[in-house]
Write a protein that binds this ligand. Structure first.
Ligand code: SAH
Length: 217
């Protein structure tokens, strides 16, 4: 990186991001749509300054308040499982730094991401960051069980924190029939990533393996 300017930094970050996306493409069965969204979002803008050199490592990083930004591969897998479309209205529980929401916003385009964050200071800084970077994400501070009931129904929803007793009904109920809910759920001492398929009268459940997320408050 140059000592004198940001232009070289920007190029270095873009190159590191391309390398990360190339590695994910080889390692996982991801759609090109999801990979392009990952290539478009400047993850280094979402992490604390001192961690910027690690922004394109495929690992979670601390973002303060005992919370973390998820690893890029986990964001990619969850985005793929949601099977989003242009124009979709998506509900996110756990904004954190806003990175995952920005990736989703890249995919839904003219649609909207509604995101709720429990820690007010994180909600405030994510809102400012997403706004500055031009992502149409509506951020509110509060509990995912209550927030955005006024904006339902959504085409899809996901949690970035692990629900202790399964995905709360209040969240599943806000998704239209035919939509998906992706969430880490506690399972004894570990966690599983599940995909719920919301139908008119029932909800089907698929298991997508072991994961590790911060607990839902
Ligand atoms: N998607 C985020 C990851 C954030 S980590 C990113 O890309 O950075 C999970 C977040 O869920 C944390 O910020 C935590 O504060 C938040 N959280 C935990 N319980 C919550 C609840 N009940 N309602 C809303 N957010 C919650």
């Amino acid at each position: 990186m140059n000592d004198d300017g940001t232009a070289a930094d920007t190029d270095d970050y873009a190159a590191a991001r391309r390398d990360l996306v190339d590695r994910l493409r080889e390692r996982l069965d991801l759609t090109e749509r999801t990979l392009s969204a990952l290539e478009a979002v400047p993850r280094h803008e979402f992490v604390p300054d001192r961690l910027r050199p690690r922004a394109y490592d495929d690992r979670p990083l601390p973002i303060g308040h005992d919370q973390t930004i998820s690893a890029p591969h986990m964001v990619a897998v969850m985005v793929d499982l949601l099977d989003l479309h242009e124009g979709d209205r998506v509900f996110e529980v756990g904004t954190g730094c806003g990175y995952h929401a920005a990736v989703v916003a890249e995919i839904v385009g003219s649609g909207t991401v509604y995101s709720v964050e429990y820690v007010p200071a994180l909600a405030e800084s994510a809102r400012e960051r997403l706004d500055r970077l031009g992502y149409p994400v509506t951020v509110r501070s509060g509990d995912g069980r209550d927030a955005f009931a006024d904006e339902a129904p959504f085409d899809a929803a996901y949690l970035t924190c692990a629900a202790p007793d399964g995905v709360p009904d209040a969240i599943v109920d806000r998704v239209a029939a035919g939509g998906y809910v992706i969430a880490p759920v506690a399972d004894g001492g570990s966690q599983r990533l599940v995909r719920l398929i919301v139908r008119d009268d029932t909800v089907d459940r698929e298991d997508h393996g072991a994961v590790r997320f911060v607990p839902m408050q």
